[in-house]
Design a binder for this molecule. Structure first.
Ligand code: NAD
Ligand code: UDX
Length: 477
C-alpha cells in the first residue's frame, strides 16, 4: 500500500504547519487537516491564518485546495485516509487525579473513539500529540475494543519537535524524525510507510526508529533537557547579579565546550510556551506513579527554578520602583512567550503583569503579533485574577510601542522581539516619567547606551554600572 491520503485530527500549532509541509513536499499525497472548531478551520481557509509562523502563509497559499485541505468534515476525512495523525491538544489536567500535573488525554481518547467509530478500512494511526509513555497502548485498546470486521489498525508514535516561531524551518530541516512502532512484521511495515512520507525531504539517516515507548519517552525527555538548560543558566543569572559576573559571558565560556554546546543558554525572565511546563509536570507525575520520587523531585526542580526566576524578576521591578508601583504606569513590551509567534500560552509576561497588577500598577502593553483580546483573556483568567473588571480598567493595549511607553514610569521587556532593539530610545526617554526605568527581561538591549541616555537599567544576570556595589560589598568584613 502506498500512502495517498493523509488526515490530521487537530488543526493547531502542530497539525497545521506539519501537514502544510507534508503537502508541500509530497504533491501526490492528499492531506486533509480537520478540527472540531469551525472557527479555526474557517481561519485556515482565510487570508489570516489562525497562527503566526514565519513562512507558513506562503506554504499554505501554495498548497491549499491543491493537495492540502482544511475541513470540519472529520468523518469524511477519516474514511478516506490511509494514515491519520492525532495532533490534538494534551493539556495539563485541571481536575481530579493528577490535577495540575498529569496530561489530560480526553482529546486523544475522543479522537481515537471517532476513528474506531468511523473507519471502514485499515488505518495507520500516528500519535503526533505529546503523550505519556504507554499512551499508544490505551489508544490501541480503544481501537480494538470498537474494531469493525476487516479493519486493521497499526499505532505509531511520531512526536513533533518543532519550536514555535521557527516551525517551518524546523519541519523542512528537522534534526531528526522519530518513529516508534511495534517490533512485529506489521509494525515494521507501518513504520516504513510513515518513514516513506518523510523521505520525500528528510535524509533517510535522519529518520530514526525505536520501540513505541522509547519514542513516547524521548519527546518528554527532549523537552525536559531543553528546559533544564534554561533553568540551569537562569539559576546562575541570580549568582551573576549578586557577584558582578555576567551571565552572557558565563554562557559563552561554558557553551564553547563542545560537550555542553552554546544553544539554549540564553538567560531570561523564564521559559514559557505550551510545552515545557506541561511535559515536565507530566514526566514528574509519571515518575511518581512509577515510585521514583528522587527522579520526580529532580525534574520538578526545573519548574520550581523557572517559577523562582519569573517571581524574582517581577519582585525586582517593584523593589527598584521604590517598593511601590501603586498607580504607576508601566509599559510591557512583548506579551508572546517568545519572538516570532503570537502564542501566549504560559508566557512569563502573564506572571509579570499579574504581580504588577496585584500591586496596583496600570499597564500599557504592546506586542506586535498578539491579538488584544488574547491579552485581556489571559489577564482576566480566573487563575490570574478574581476581579476581571479591575484588570480591564488597569490595562491598556497599544498597537504602537511609542504610544505604549508615553508617560510611563518604567518599561519591562518580556519578549525578545527584534524590533525592540531598534526602537528610538532617545525619543522614548523624552516621553517618559523621570526617573525612567528599563527592565530588560530578555537581555537584548544595549544597556550602556540606555544608561548614557539617562535610563536606570536592570537586566537578567548582570549588575550594571550605575546600580553600583560589588559582591565584596555584600560580604560581611
Ligand atoms: P492546539 O491547541 O494548538 O491544537 C489542537 C487542536 O486540536 C485544536 O484546534 C482543537 O480544537 C483540536 N481538537 C481537539 N480535540 C479534537 C477532536 N476530538 N477532533 C477534532 N479536533 C480536535 O495544540 P498544539 O499546540 O498544536 O499541540 C498539539 C499537540 O502537539 C500537543 O500534544 C502538544 O504537546 C504537542 N506539541 C506542540 C508543540 C507546539 O509548539 N505547540 C510542539 C511539539 C509538540
Ligand atoms: C519547545 C521545544 O524547543 C520544541 O522542540 C518542542 O517541540 C516544543 O517545545 P517552543 O516552546 O515552541 O518549543 O519554543 P522554545 O524555543 O523551546 O522556547 C521555549 C521558551 O524558552 C520560550 O519562552 C523561550 O523564550 C525560552 N528560552 C529558550 C529561553 O529563555 N532561553 C533559551 O536559551 C531558549
Amino acid at each position: 500500500m502506498v500512502i495517498s491520503n493523509v488526515c490530521c485530527i487537530g488543526a493547531g500549532y502542530v497539525g497545521g504547519p506539519t501537514c502544510s509541509v507534508i503537502a508541500l513536499k509530497c504533491p501526490n499525497i492528499k492531506v486533509t487537516v480537520v478540527d472540531k472548531s469551525a472557527d479555526r478551520i474557517a481561519q485556515w481557509n482565510s487570508d489570516k491564518l489562525p497562527i503566526y509562523e514565519p513562512g507558513l502563509d506562503e506554504v499554505v497559499k501554495k498548497c491549499r485546495n491543491v493537495n492540502l485541505f482544511f475541513s470540519t468534515d472529520i468523518e469524511q476525512a477519516i474514511k478516506e485516509s490511509d494514515l491519520i495523525f492525532i495532533s490534538v491538544n494534551t493539556p495539563t489536567k485541571t481536575f481530579g487525579n493528577g490535577k495540575g500535573r498529569a496530561a489530560d488525554l480526553k482529546y486523544v481518547e475522543s479522537a481515537a473513539r471517532m476513528i474506531a467509530e468511523i473507519a471502514q478500512s485499515n488505518k495507520i494511526v500516528v500519535e503526533k500529540s505529546t503523550v505519556p509513555v504507554k499512551a499508544a497502548e490505551s489508544i490501541m485498546q480503544i481501537l480494538k475494543a470498537n474494531q469493525k470486521h476487516n479493519v486493521r489498525y497499526d499505532i505509531l508514535s511520531n512526536p513533533e519537535f518543532l519550536a514555535e516561531g521557527t516551525a517551518i524551518n524546523d519541519l523542512l530541516y528537522a534534526d531528526r524524525i522519530l518513529i516508534g512502532g511495534e517490533d512485529t512484521t506489521d509494525g515494521h511495515k507501518a513504520v516504513e510507510k510513515l518513514g516513506w512520507i518523510y523521505q520525500h525531504w528528510i535524509p533517510k539517516e535522519n529518520i530514526i526508529t525505536t520501540n513505541t515507548w522509547s519514542s513516547e519517552l524521548s519527546k518528554l525527555a527532549a523537552n525536559a533537557f531543553l528546559a533544564q538548560r534554561i533553568s540551569s543558566i537562569n539559576s546562575l543569572s541570580a549568582v551573576c547579579e549578586s557577584t558582578g559576573a555576567d551571565v552572557s559571558e558565563v554562557a559563552k565560556a561554558i557553551g564553547l565546550d563542545s560537550r555542553i554546546g552554546s544553544k539554549f543558554l540564553q538567560a531570561s525572565v523564564g521559559f514559557g510556551g505550551s510545552c515545557f511546563q506541561k511535559d515536565i509536570l507530566n514526566l514528574v507525575y509519571i515518575c511518581e506513579g512509577l515510585n521514583l520520587p528522587e527522579v520526580a523531585a529532580y525534574w520538578q526542580q526545573v519548574i520550581d527554578m523557572n517559577e523562582y526566576q519569573k517571581t524574582r524578576f517581577s519582585q525586582n521591578i517593584i523593589e527598584c520602583l521604590f517598593n511601590t508601583v501603586s498607580d504607576k504606569r508601566i509599559s510591557i513590551l512583548g506579551f508572546a512567550f517568545k519572538k516570532n509567534t503570537g502564542d501566549t500560552r504560559e508566557t512569563p509576561a502573564i506572571t509579570v503583569c499579574k504581580t504588577l497588577l496585584e500591586e496596583g500598577a496600570q499597564l500599557d502593553i504592546y506586542d506586535p503579533k498578539v491579538e488584544p483580546e488574547q491579552i485581556i483573556d489571559d489577564l482576566t483568567h480566573p487563575f490570574v485574577t478574581e476581579s476581571p473588571e479591575c484588570v480591564k480598567k488597569s490595562v491598556q493595549i497599544h498597537n504602537d510601542p511609542y504610544s505604549a511607553v508615553q508617560g510611563t514610569h518604567a518599561i519591562v521587556v518580556c519578549t525578545e522581539w527584534d524590533e525592540f532593539v531598534d526602537l528610538d530610545f532617545n525619543r522614548i526617554y523624552q516621553s517618559m516619567m523621570k526617573p525612567s526605568y528599563i527592565f530588560d527581561g530578555r537581555k537584548i538591549l544595549d544597556h550602556v547606551k540606555l544608561e548614557n541616555i539617562g535610563f536606570h537599567v536592570q537586566t537578567i544576570g548582570k549588575r550594571l554600572q550605575k546600580n553600583g556595589g560589588s559582591f565584596w560589598d555584600k560580604i560581611p568584613q
